[in-house]
Write a protein that binds this ligand. Structure first.
Ligand code: S3P
Length: 169
């Protein structure tokens, strides 16, 4: 992938439950590249969890912390970065990803996400399917704006998605 400003990260964006972290972690193992997840970076920096941060400080503050975590990757090289599903809500984040590397959009169906949401309570207001559906429709153009490559993961095996993305590494 092209080295820009000294970085050549690959960012994975997509709605909650699209499998960003799983794919990035496994590709990191396969290709011996370090894997980071922006939610985990925020949690480590704040000593709290994403859910608590939303509850205690609200989404606006969480988005500031998310951008700070992304900015913090400037000094690193060749990372695989799994990004929280809402990272594209902040225009600056799209600029940062384009500055620091290559962005892959894992484009999946809502039901992939709903299954994931029902299993975890990453964010209380995700619990309603209607809310998630509206949010995904609001975000789809943002994911597409961010994406240097869109991978349709509907009915695509993890292996096939891995091979598609591996060509970037
Ligand atoms: C969010 C998705 C979550 C996490 C936070 C906000 C969103 O990340 O960043 O709950 O706004 O879609 P995952 O997509 O990794 O669950």
């Amino acid at each position: 992938s092209a080295v820009k400003h000294g970085c050549d990260h690959v960012f994975f964006v997509g709605f909650l439950g699209a499998g960003k972290s799983t794919l990035a972690r496994n590709l990191g193992r396969m290709f011996h590249r370090r894997f980071v997840d922006t939610d985990r970076l925020v949690e480590r920096r704040c000593g709290s969890t994403v859910t608590k941060l939303f509850e205690e400080f609200g989404e606006e503050r969480f988005r500031e912390l998310e951008t700070a975590a992304l900015e913090g990757l400037r000094g690193e090289r060749s990372l695989l970065v799994s990004c929280g599903g809402g990272i594209v809500e902040t225009p600056r984040n799209i600029e940062l990803m384009h500055d620091m590397g290559f962005c892959v959009y894992l484009d999946g169906d809502l039901d992939d996400s709903l299954r994931q949401i029902r299993r975890s309570d990453t964010r209380p207001d995700f619990r309603s399917a209607e809310h998630a559906a509206r949010l995904l429709e609001h975000r789809r153009p943002l994911y597409e704006q961010a994406a240097d490559l869109t991978v349709d993961i509907r009915g695509t095996s993890f292996t096939d998605v891995s091979y598609t993305v591996a060509e970037l590494l």
